[in-house]
Design a protein around this ligand. Sequence first.
Ligand code: ATP
Ligand code: MG
Length: 173
Amino acid sequence: MKLKSMFLHGFKSFARPTRLNFADGITVIVGPNGGGKSNIVDAVRWVFGEQSMKQLRADEKSDVIFAGSASQPAAQSAYVELVFENENETISVARQLTADGKNTYFLNGQPARLKDIREKFEGTGIGVEFYSIVGQGQIERIISSSPEELRVLLEEAADIHVYKERKKEALEN
Ligand code: ATP
Ligand code: MG
């Protein structure tokens, strides 16, 4: 599963509609301090339901909406879409938050539950808690994690985690 492109509109510093296309291989994003590089990573976390304001480097939920600048008024909503591709399908996931607090997730253009999105990406390592986004300080955290925490990480990488979750759900019902 590869991230092929993303589209941001009204998310943090991305006031104007912006599409980023990622070619095969490694993409490096460079730019001046405060230019919005980390905001791109925040956008990926946000689409996968990141709830932690600390991770999103924001104080409040609405802080992800473009706040306005000298030349542009504040946005009425924040929208981010991610397009992933694997051998046999293209998957689009998106999230929108409006200034009045309405939050919607989308899977392939249709409103969806965050649970549906997470299930779709289970076992791929793509998501909020797993290893696809290695943030600052995370390597250190992995090195110092408990055996239990390490096991969860390894199981996700080995694609076992999804079966454990299903077993847990089955036992609960
Ligand atoms: P560095 O090289 O220092 O790590 P960076 O390229 O990662 O910088 P970011 O942290 O992504 O930069 O961007 C920070 C910028 O985004 C700041 O200028 C901040 O004002 C702006 N920003 C964050 N949230 C909003 C918002 N809601 N509305 C407008 N601008 C915002
Ligand atoms: Mg940064």
